[in-house]
Design a binder for this molecule. Structure first.
Ligand code: DX5
Ligand code: ZN
Length: 217
């Protein structure tokens, strides 16, 4: 499944940009929330999620790159998020945050930066729907995939099998394009976030087609 990251969209015509990728067949929209603290960039808040929710029926996948995510989870639940992902590195209470998401009736995602190991996975695997393995350091679109993350995806897939939690889907985010998507898929990823590979192209249908073709190869 390809999830366009609207961080790379033209913010001057936001709704039209989202409509464009939905018309091109995408059903998951990835929304990057940055607070200028956890990552050195500030992007969008719950109002954006709310605006998209009122217009579109697709899955809204909210990636929270914020410190103390527990403080804002209720706002994003209220705004209509379908998946909320929080980072291991953003709070000493990641289990509590994930439970909070789950108890709100929203799917919970657990994110790991490139240099974070899989040690915590065993303790949250039973309460997550998605494991987000960052394939770049979070903060900006348009970066190159870090090759060392491929081994982590493979190890995570195996770890989930060992934990009897195969149904947890592995999402990858950062530097995903037609050249890299095959390798992350082979390593065990199932949800592929792509920002610049889609929105930097004029013809989004063609850009998504190129990713789908590369996935099938
Ligand atoms: C990075 C964000 C990504 C970003 C991906 O911090 O989490 O979702 O938009 O952009 P590309 O696909 O351009 O690497
Ligand atoms: Zn993201």
């Amino acid at each position: 499944m390809i999830a366009p990251s609207i961080l790379a969209a033209d913010f001057g015509k936001f709704a039209a940009e989202v409509e464009d990728v939905i018309n091109a067949g995408c059903d998951w929209i990835h929304i990057d929330v940055m607070d200028g603290q956890f990552v050195p960039n500030i992007t969008m808040g719950p109002q954006v999620v709310e605006a998209l929710r009122s217009r579109f029926h697709c899955t809204l996948d909210v990636h929270l790159m914020v410190q103390k995510p527990q403080q804002v989870i209720p706002d994003f639940v209220q705004a209509g998020a379908d998946v909320i992902t929080i980072h291991q590195e953003a709070t000493p209470h990641v289990h509590r945050g994930l439970e909070m998401i789950l108890q709100s009736g929203v799917k919970a995602g657990y994110a790991l930066n490139p240099a974070t190991g899989l040690d915590g996975l065993a303790y949250v695997a039973d309460i997550i729907d998605v494991l987000l393995i960052m394939t770049v350091n979070p903060g900006f679109g348009g970066q190159k995939l870090i090759p060392a993350t491929l081994d982590k995806i493979r190890a995570a897939r195996q770890r989930l099998v060992d934990l009897n939690r195969k149904q947890v889907r592995i999402e990858v985010d950062g530097g995903i394009n037609a050249e890299t998507i095959g390798a992350v898929k082979d390593a065990g990823a199932e949800i592929f976030v792509a920002g610049s590979a889609i929105f930097a192209e004029v013809d989004r249908k063609k850009a998504i087609g190129a990713l789908t073709t590369a996935l099938a190869a």
